[in-house]
Design a protein around this ligand. Structure first.
Ligand code: UD1
Ligand code: F6R
Length: 371
């Protein structure tokens, strides 16, 4: 039932304040007098000690689920103090990459049925790793076959393009990071700030959804383009990859997410006055580096669309020649949840304007159960 919406993808994008709320429900504890804020993940509490003792945490997934894990990687690394590595499920299998008994392997999958991820899970089990699932589907193969895990509780996702599951996955993995790091006194303040940030997040998502019309206007400008680049780094490297994935899979427009730190190592050659480029430059530790990226793209006459923190338009838009998307600021590690929303809206409107099937893009299936 699409209710007042025309498409499931549109409904699911606009549902995110609610889906994020249900992902967090009962799992964040504000604490009473003298008690600190904390996170309670029922499915993990008996396994946290083992996870904390592991030598490495390996994230494994495909597509959007992989991107969500990439968005959560920095905060997991920071709060756990354990090295975190990334694996695309098919690539791990192709290489028969090493997995050890001392590894915690985290399998991220909306459907819980993706063939590559499931096979990587079998492979990790055979190699003795502790297997943790992050899934949206209770009773799915990945939920059943992992040792423990966290259900997203984001509600059923029908649109083939994953939207609300992505933001819930990031939040679930941020909570995972908070739970693993909970015994470290030195990061207590940081954790409490993130928990406060999580409480505020649905409200901020509601705010960023107000950009709907602005994104529709931007889509009108981009309707006939061949290609769109998206530059991001740090917490928002994943936002660049995921924004580009949404544009290519539903709007059927070539789009590439680029790690901004790699700009001079190749992508800069593509820049001219015709190719549209989205640069994500919201406030965090990478902000000044992104400002310098914008200047260099500007010097090559790039057609820039800059995503920045509210109030920063003047400081990111050199010479006033670029388009700006202003978003509300949240705790740095949660910013990817906010920043993806305008790009989801952009992909949605581009698709409708270009006359393509939004909920069932050609050649794609919701759940990829074959290899
Ligand atoms: C659970 C209940 C929830 C109830 C809550 C009350 C279920 C599915 N969840 O939620 O309805 O309101 O207690 O305390 O009955 N798991 C995996 N792999 C995965 C995902 C989950 O093994 O990929 C396991 C978990 O380790 C856990 C169980 O499934 O043993 C349920 O997980 P989850 O729903 O996340 O647990 P709670 O949030 O505690
Ligand atoms: C993109 C998309 C796919 C899935 C991928 C993994 O919008 O939906 O990239 O993310 O097929 O699916 P799950 O998460 O079900 O394992």
């Amino acid at each position: 039932n699409k209710g007042k919406y025309e498409h499931y993808m549109q409904k699911e994008i606009h549902e995110q304040p609610e889906s994020l709320t249900t992902t967090m429900r009962g799992r964040l504890i504000r604490g009473g007098l003298c008690k600190s804020k904390s996170v309670l993940l029922g499915g993990l509490k008996d396994h946290l000690k083992t996870i904390r003792r592991s030598r490495r945490i390996v994230f494994i997934g495909c597509g959007t689920s992989y991107n969500a894990a990439l968005a959560a990687r920095p905060i997991l690394e920071e709060l756990s103090g354990i090295p975190v590595t990334m694996e695309i499920a098919s690539d791990l299998l192709d290489r028969q990459g090493h997995m050890y008994r001392e590894d915690t392997a985290v399998f991220v999958s909306q459907s819980g049925e993706t063939a590559d991820t499931l096979q990587a899970l079998e492979y990790a089990q055979e190699n003795g790793a502790l297997c943790v699932g992050i899934t949206n589907t209770v009773g799915s193969a990945i939920a059943r076959n992992t040792h423990c895990g966290v259900h997203l509780n984001a509600g059923c996702e029908i649109g083939v393009a994953s939207t609300k599951a992505y933001t819930s996955q990031i939040v679930a993995m941020a909570m995972l990071a908070l739970a693993i790091g909970a015994d470290t006194i030195s990061s207590q303040e940081r954790r409490e700030a993130i928990i406060e940030g999580l409480f505020d997040l649905p409200g901020k998502v509601k705010e960023v959804l107000k950009l709907d019309q602005e994104m529709k206007d931007l889509a009108k400008l981009l309707i006939a383009e061949q290609s769109l680049l998206v530059f991001g780094r740090g917490y928002n490297y994943a936002t660049a990859l995921e924004g580009a994935l949404k544009v290519k899979e539903v709007a059927l427009m070539h789009s590439e997410g680029i790690l901004a730190g790699e700009m001079k190592h190749g992508p800069l050659a593509l820049v001219d006055e015709t190719l549209p480029i989205v640069v994500i430059a919201t406030r965090d530790a990478c902000f000044s580096k992104q400002q310098s990226v914008i200047q260099q793209l500007h010097a090559r006459k790039g057609r820039l669309i800059v995503m920045c923190t509210k109030g920063d338009a003047a400081s990111v838009c050199v010479g006033g020649s670029c388009r700006v998307i202003e978003v509300p600021q949240v705790e740095d590690c949660l910013q990817p949840v906010i920043n993806i929303v305008p790009l989801q809206l952009l992909a949605y409107h581009l698709t409708v304007l270009r006359g393509h099937n939004v909920d069932q893009p050609r050649n794609l299936a919701k759940s990829v159960t074959t290899q």
